[in-house]
Every structure is written in C-alpha cells, then in structure tokens.
Ligand binder design. Structure first.
Ligand SMILES: Nc1ncnc2c1ncn2[C@@H]1O[C@H](COP(=O)(O)OP(=O)(O)O)[C@@H](O)[C@H]1O
Ligand SMILES: [Mg+2]
Length: 249
C-alpha cells in the first residue's frame, strides 16, 4: 500500500471505440507530471475516469491503497482528488473573494448559507486571504471576476480548487486561451503550489509543460506511448513525429 494515486490496467470503451487502453499511472505526493498527446488521444477521458465523471470498463483506481473506483465525483473530491474548476463555473459578476468563499464553505459543509456571512465561520476569511496572497490576487480580491484579465481568471480557478485542500490536483489545460503575455502568471502559480501536493497537468503549451513537469506521459490512441523525463521525451523521435504530424496533418 502506497501513498498517492495508483491507476492499474484502466480501460474504457465507448461502444467499439477503445479510448483508454491498459493505462498504468502513479501520482505520489510531490509529483509534477504532465499528460500530453494529440487531440482525441484520450486525455480528457482519462481525467474523467479519475474524477468519477466516467466509469471505467475495467481496471482499478486506488488512493492510499483504498479502491476509489466506485465512488461518486463528490466522494472523490472529499477523498482528496480535485480537477480545476473551469472558467465557465466562475461566478463572473461576483468578486474574487466571494468566488473563493464558495468552495471554502462547501468544504466545511456550509453550502446553504449566504456567502456574505462566511466571515462568521472561523477560518474561512483567513483562508480566503491566504489563497489570495498565494496567487498574488490580494489587490484584486474585491474586483468582480469579469473585470480580471483572462490569465488572472484562470488563477482564480486554481485558487478555488486548492480551497478544497486536495492531495491530488489535476490541472486541465491551465494555459488554454491565456495570451502568451500572461502565461508566466500560470507557470508561477504552478511553481507556488504546495510541495507535497501530487500534480497532473494536461496541457498543449509545451513551453509550460517543460517548465513545470518532472515527468511526461505521452498518450496516443488511448494508450501510453512512453513516459520519461522532459529531456528524454523531447529527444524521442516518436514524440517529434507525433507533434509534427498533429500540426501539419
Ligand atoms: N462520450 C463519448 N462518447 C463517445 N466517444 C467519446 C466520448 N467522449 C470522448 N469520446 C471519444 O474518445 C476519444 C478521446 O477523446 P478525449 O478524451 O476527449 O481526447 P483528448 O482529451 O485527448 O483530446 C475521441 O475519439 C473522442 O471522440
Ligand atoms: Mg481533451
């Protein structure tokens, strides 16, 4: 029994189409791994299997040795697995602080109450401020989300996800749609994540992937083609072919 996430022999088929093929993957505290692969490779399907949105056809998913493969999405969040909120889930007309209060109240089982009263519950406001500081959003806390730059909105997503205090964090294309002028914000935020968190990043921006990942897993047609250190992956001719093919074909 080991700490962290242990995926073994994971398979998923939609009718006759196999989209996850015998996937094995470990994510341990402190890991910074990236999952890359061309469009349609099965990256989203894999994350949906881990978070419980989809049910695998076969295989096992364990967290700290415990089989979590049959838990609901909400139960997996409670167990410590979180995927980043999507911008589409942000309340854009609410302030950054109010958005952060939502998952903090949720974690405490206080979802029924008005967020304005969050300050009556010990610790919520302290956590709001510390998350704002961690993501360098303190000066923007009272601004509505719609008035933030896109890259900053993506930081709010990340901060809201961390408010759930996950141990396994799945970052789903954190730089997608972020103009390159703001992409250092994302890299900096990932570098500032808690050391002992286990992070899996799915990302198309190879600059960012090579900046933050210690190991890279390459997924093709639902199966792991190879896994290695960034320099090994960069030097792998099969991976080069894949990306040249994807860009030109
Ligand atoms: N609900 C679904 N029903 C049928 N096929 C699906 C479904 N979701 C995804 N797929 C197919 O599974 C394959 C992998 O998709 P996906 O996981 O979204 O890839 P990626 O995220 O790497 O681009 C694709 O061929 C896609 O068309
Ligand atoms: Mg996808």
């Amino acid at each position: 029994m080991s700490a962290g996430l242990e995926v073994r022999g994971l398979n998923k088929a939609f009718g006759g189409l196999t989209v996850a093929r015998d996937i094995n993957l470990d994510l341990n505290p402190g890991d910074r791994k990236a999952l890359i692969g061309p469009n349609g490779a099965g990256k989203s399907t894999f994350t949906n299997l881990i978070t419980g949105i989809l049910e695998p056809s076969s295989g096992s998913i364990r967290l700290d040795g415990r089989d979590i493969g049959r838990l609901s999405e909400a139960q997996r969040v409670k167990a410590g697995i979180a995927k980043t909120f999507q911008i589409t889930n942000l309340f854009k007309s609410l302030t950054v602080r109010d958005n952060l209060r939502l998952p903090l109240l949720e974690r405490r089982g206080l979802t029924g109450r008005p967020i304005r009263r969050a300050d009556r519950d010990g610790g919520v406001e302290d956590e709001v401020e510390s998350l704002l500081a961690q993501f360098r959003l303190s000066d923007l806390g009272d601004r509505t989300v719609q008035r933030l730059a896109y890259g900053q909105q993506r930081l709010v997503e990340m901060a809201m996800t961390l408010a759930l205090k996950p141990r396994i964090l799945i970052l789903d294309e954190p730089a997608a749609g972020v103009p390159s002028s703001e992409s250092p914000l994302i890299a900096e935020a990932i570098a500032g994540l808690p050391q002992d968190l286990a992070v899996l990043i799915i990302e198309h921006d190879m600059g960012l992937v090579f900046q933050v990942a210690q190991r890279i897993i390459v997924l093709v047609a639902g199966a792991i083609l190879t896994e290695g250190r960034p320099e090994e992956i960069a030097a792998d001719p099969r991976v080069r072919d894949l990306y040249l093919g994807a860009h030109h074909g």
